[in-house]
Design a binder for this molecule. Structure first.
Ligand code: 3Y8
Ligand code: NAP
Length: 249
């Protein structure tokens, strides 16, 4: 009988949890515990780090997990690396459910950069009005470019104010809408958007909004991902589980 651990935190992870719950599968969805009230799930949830690779190996063994599905975010590189190592060590079947990277299309004005530092460097120069749609974790890096007005969007209200002298903080969680993001960009007279190449639909609204308003986007490429079996559809995971379960993996 399959016993599935989903590393969650994304739209795709929630879709997989729904599909597995509908099939009465034994699955647990895991959150890191980064937000105050993570979305409720139709399968049991665990919250918090595992304690590195060793902690995850212990969890996989204690819970007799048969399949580990890494459905975390493309920028959750450390979790994904730990998952590959722990699954190998514990002899547990492993797969990544992710979403293809966004690709610039007609009308997009993207400047691609390799990482957060690249985005900070790309903001050198005269004062602008920047929508920093990266969440909370990397905001401090942009204090190196204090000349700008920053529009920030966090999931939860932080204890202390962001370390940027001129900022406006919005508390909201995605998925967002194109209309909503266009209104936000107009209201705050945004002239450049900074985004992570998250892929998927939940964060894509800001790109369509920027395109519609003719705004440039500084697009941060994903960090390198560990070698693994990767699919982009929930159906492919269900098939993999079905086959593997039949083989009694
Ligand atoms: C804790 C779980 C679902 C999943 C929904 C997706 C879509 C909405 C859009 C913008 C970009 C950003 C951020 C974002 C989106 C989905 C998805 C996605 C981007 C929740 C969630 C958790 C997190 C963690 C949070 C990070 C932050 C990143 C905000 C839940 C809501 C910017 C990524 O305060 C913090 O520490 C927040 C940290 C990691 C990145 C950062 O550096 O701040 N996500 N987001 C997960 C956990 O504890 O394991 O609360 O329900 C999930 C979602 N956020 O089931 O519907 O699938 O990607 N999340 C980015 O893409 O750039 C917002 O504002 O335009
Ligand atoms: P990360 O930097 O790759 O991981 C840092 C540590 O957080 C991991 O080593 C692990 O701690 C713990 N962790 C991460 N994801 C976990 C999960 N799903 N369950 C249990 N522990 C987890 O991860 P991150 O970028 O901070 O992302 C954290 C969570 O937010 C993930 O669920 C991810 O899917 C979600 N998320 C992230 C982003 C983003 O932009 N990074 C965007 C949307 C959603 P231990 O070493 O103690 O095991």
């Amino acid at each position: 009988m399959s016993n599935i651990l989903i590393l969650g935190g994304t739209t795709e992870a929630s879709a997989l949890a729904r599909a597995l719950a509908e099939r009465g599968a034994d699955a647990v969805l895991s959150y890191a515990g980064r937000t105050d009230k993570p979305r409720a799930q139709p399968v049991p949830v665990r919250i918090g780090g595992f304690g590195g690779v060793a902690g995850l190996v212990a969890y996989l063994r204690e819970r007799q997990v048969t399949h580990l599905v890494d459905a975390t975010h493309p920028f959750a590189a450390q979790m994904s690396t730990h998952a590959v190592e722990a699954a190998h060590e514990a002899g547990v079947a492993h797969m990544v459910l992710s979403r293809p990277a966004w690709v610039a299309g007609e009308g997009d004005r993207w400047t691609r950069v390799a990482d957060i530092a690249g985005a900070v460097a790309a903001l050198a120069g005269e004062a602008r009005r920047v929508m920093l749609a990266l969440g909370r974790m990397h905001v401090d890096a942009f204090a190196a470019q204090p000349q700008h007005h920053y529009l920030l969007r966090f999931v939860d209200r932080p204890e202390e104010a962001p370390a940027l002298p001129d900022n406006h903080l919005i508390i909201d969680r995605g998925p967002f809408t194109v209309e909503g993001d266009m209104r936000l960009m107009r209201e705050h007279r945004i002239d450049v958007v900074v985004a992570k190449n998250a892929g998927g639909s939940g964060a894509a609204a800001k790109l369509a909004a920027a395109r519609a308003l003719g705004l440039p986007v500084i697009m941060i490429d994903r960090p390198p991902a560990p070698a693994a079996l990767v699919v982009h559809e929930v159906e492919a995971v269900l098939e993999w589980l079905g086959h593997a379960a039949c083989r009694g993996v």
